[in-house]
Design a binder for this molecule. Structure first.
Ligand code: COA
Ligand code: MG
Length: 290
């Protein structure tokens, strides 16, 4: 199984699985993850058709090195059970499930996926008010289970909270922080929510940089135009890498052996910074290897 933390997920593009043209296009786009959606992006009368199209697209393949997920309808909706059964029997990399509230929900999804191939990951949306108090408990479900990644559902969260999804996202900032912290305790990868403004790339990039600042591994996307700017934001920059290499080189100097804190470029630099530097270099290496 490809563990969550082992691969870049800078950009995860949603598309309605009912849109054959979008599926064909996704096979050529530079996103790290493709999410074939059966849920919010698909109208009720198209659910069966979308499910069949998603399963057929996975069987057909052609997604190259991209990780592929199918987003199911919730287990308690009229389509959930059929979606989960079909996805479990497909060879898809991951199933993304919506509106998870607590650890009991994870157990129900795990049970519904019992027959799936052992490497199939369970990804969940984090998007309900009820989940706020349960983030650490949900994160604990990752130990020994399929759960490996969370995606923030900021549109649903705004709807439930009756909050406004403004460019600065002020109402959501505490929740984003708590979600990232909980994800890290469970070793879960975590992606930021979508930016609905797909014609305004400046606004998109600002929101992506905000997500990077909060510690997200990448961002979920709704339009091909968002992919390149998103990959740019979530790839270590030249200056990040220059810093990382100077920290690694400084700690390797004979005079710094056995020291926990040293000076690099005029700044206090500790062994924890060395670990951050090594991680940045490793991330850049994985991106280069895509
Ligand atoms: N994935 C793949 N291809 C996409 C795409 C996506 N998410 N969104 C648009 N495209 C394609 C279009 O098919 C079109 O292809 P073409 O040039 O070959 O005709 C091209 O990109 C340009 O599309 P554009 O005209 O700019 O967008 P639109 O007005 O047709 O569609 C949306 C806008 C928002 C409806 C569409 O981008 C979309 O469905 N996004 C995903 C929504 C989703 O999955 N939501 C659920 C999670 S929040
Ligand atoms: Mg939703």
């Amino acid at each position: 199984m490809t563990k969550a933390s082992d691969r870049p997920r800078r950009s995860a593009l949603y598309l309605p699985a009912s849109n054959a043209k979008a599926i064909a296009k996704a096979r050529t786009l530079p996103c790290d993850v493709v999410i074939l959606d059966l849920e919010d992006a698909v109208a009720p009368e198209m659910k069966d058709e979308a499910r069949a199209a998603a399963i057929a697209a996975v069987a057909e393949g052609g997604f190259g090195g991209r990780e592929v997920a199918i987003r199911a309808n919730g287990i308690d909706t009229p389509w959930g059970a059929e979606d989960l059964a079909a996805i479990a029997a497909s060879g898809v990399d991951a199933v993304l499930v919506p509106k998870v509230n607590d650890a009991a929900d994870i157990a129900r999804y795990d049970a519904a996926l019992a027959s799936a191939h052992p490497g199939m990951q369970l990804w969940t949306m984090i998007e309900t008010c009820a989940s706020v108090a349960n983030l650490p408990a949900i994160a604990n479900c990752a130990a020994g289970g399929r759960l490996s990644l969370w995606i923030m559902g900021t549109n649903d969260l705004a709807k439930e909270m009756r909050a406004q999804l403004t460019p600065c996202r002020t109402p959501f900032l505490p929740f984003l922080t708590m979600a990232v912290a909980a994800a890290r305790t469970g070793g879960i990868a975590i992606l930021d929510g979508v930016c609905n403004e797909f014609r305004d790339i400046e606004a998109f990039s600002a929101e992506a940089r905000q997500g990077l600042m909060f510690g997200f591994d990448g961002k979920s996307l709704i339009h091909p135009a968002q992919i390149e700017p998103c990959n740019a934001v979530f790839s270590p920059s030249q200056s990040d890498l220059a810093w990382a290499h100077s920290v690694i080189a400084a700690f390797a100097l004979p005079e710094n052996q056995g020291r926990g804190a040293i000076r690099v470029d005029g700044k206090m630099t500790e062994l924890l910074h060395l670990e951050q530097a090594q991680r940045l270099v490793a991330v850049a290496g994985k991106i280069a290897g895509l």
